[in-house]
Ligand binder design. Sequence first.
Ligand code: ZN
Length: 267
Amino acid sequence: MNIKLLEQSKDKMNASFLIEKSTPAFVNAIRRAVISLVPVMAIDEVEFSKNSSVLYDEMIAHRLGLIPLTTDLKSYNLPEKCTCNGEGCAKCELKLSLSVSAPEKGDEGVWVYASDMKSKDPAVKPVFDKIPIVKLMPGQELEFVATARLGIGLTHAKFSPAHAYYHYKPEVKVTKQGESRTDLKDICPPGVLDVKGGKLVINKEYAFDPKLFEAAVAVSEGALELKESDTDFVFHIESWGQLTCKEILGAAVDSLKSLTSEFVKSL
Ligand SMILES: [Zn+2]
């Protein structure tokens, strides 16, 4: 198997890579491990002391659970694997508190944002500051202490670290009759085709986007032929922000490894 990084965003939260000489079963196992077995932090319990906003406690708690929190996998354990046996300690949970009240006078009200939560650990805080929680109208108050824990996507979607998907690597060819169709360069989606030495060729920089190729083949009138590789895959990860793509893949592979060794032990 060969792996080649195709692109990665500056913040390392989005990445695409090519997996060569593999099988759909293996690539899909990685995909499933990424979305459902990698632990991330999320708010799991909320204790309200004041809430006179228009939203019920339950609705606010649900919103809080879905706020992505930056995750520090080295400092926290999954509650069920912690030395406290899941009772709750500094190694497996973290408190975040919030206290906001809107002034009695005025008619504007005050927005409560994710950044209003004060975290006890600077390494674990909301990924995006401006996620709105609720709007408080004059005189309304909101005060709570939330408990964040590590969890996996298999138990609740709020613990999922990323959107992950893959597709077969597109293999596009210019057919014999297509070589002279240099006019197609401007008709097909921009950048897909190029003209070199008077002949129509595929632009290698676009070699991994099947959607663009599908569109190009559809309008090419037989000049292009699209096939998909059986053994090569293009894999994409889009992190929700808790972990970088590299951390997510590392944790996914670790969890697959421990699952397979558990399987061997049980056998
Ligand atoms: Zn613990």
